[in-house]
Design a protein. Structure first.
Length: 239
């Protein structure tokens, strides 16, 4: 008489729980990421008509001042683009994103140059466009990570389509950090040059644009050499 084979036993419940938990966690993580992306997209839609009252960078600086118990005064005034001197607009574009009006959110040529510099250990320039910088300012602060870069990359095309170049430039010039607690073109012009953004001159504009890569460390009066480079770029671009 042959023995009846034992029926297959089910794996213990505890061996199936971790896999189920991981799947559930990943699912909810994806749902959360999608909801946050949708919220950010809706904020861009609203930003077509509503000026941002604050940004992630502004909030980050307030928090840092509070953590370190340092005095903090914020200067932030949003003004229309037509109240910002064309010289300052052009200087910022020449300094930060020379192909602003040619690309669709990503400057692949500059990215290739930056990648080559990285490989050679001689990184001297950034490759972020004004659109990328705006997305980072609005939603991510100044921190750096691959996760942030990935999220930023998905929002850049949304900003380009929803806002358009003129509104991107207008918001960027108004929210970008120009020094400790100094946000926006008008605040920067009044703080450093005691004049409005409408009346800023070409030389002054170039010096202001020169501090944008490191606004907490640089001062316009020390940027003579770089401002000359920016002025030459403006000339080459027909401005």
């Amino acid at each position: 008489m042959t023995a009846t084979p034992n029926p297959p036993t089910k794996p213990p419940l505890r061996s199936r729980v971790p896999q189920s938990f991981i799947k559930s966690f990943i699912r909810w993580l994806l749902i959360t990421a999608l909801l946050l992306w949708s919220l950010a997209s809706l904020i861009f839609v609203a930003a077509r008509w509503i000026d941002p009252p604050t940004t992630a960078v502004h909030i980050q600086r307030r928090f840092q001042a509070w953590i370190h118990n340092k005095p903090y005064r914020e200067r932030y005034k949003f003004i229309p683009l037509n109240e910002i001197s064309p010289d300052l607009q052009h200087a910022v574009i020449a300094a930060e994103d020379a192909h602003f009006y040619q690309h669709h959110g990503f400057d692949w040529h500059e990215m290739q140059i930056a990648a080559a510099d990285d490989l050679e250990g001689d990184r001297t320039r950034g490759a972020s466009t004004l659109t990328q910088q705006l997305v980072k300012n609005l939603f991510f602060g100044t921190g750096r990570s691959f996760l942030r870069k990935g999220a930023e990359a998905t929002l850049v095309p949304v900003a380009e389509v929803v806002l358009g170049k003129r509104r991107i430039l207008e918001i960027y010039l108004n929210v970008v950090e120009w020094g400790p607690g100094i946000y926006g073109a008008d605040s920067a012009c009044r703080y450093y040059n005691e004049t409005s953004a409408r009346n800023i001159g070409q030389q002054q504009a170039a010096r202001l644009a020169a501090i944008l890569p490191a606004p907490l460390r640089r001062r316009p009066e020390r940027m003579n050499n770089y401002s000359v480079i920016i002025l030459e770029r403006m000339r080459q671009m027909g401005w």
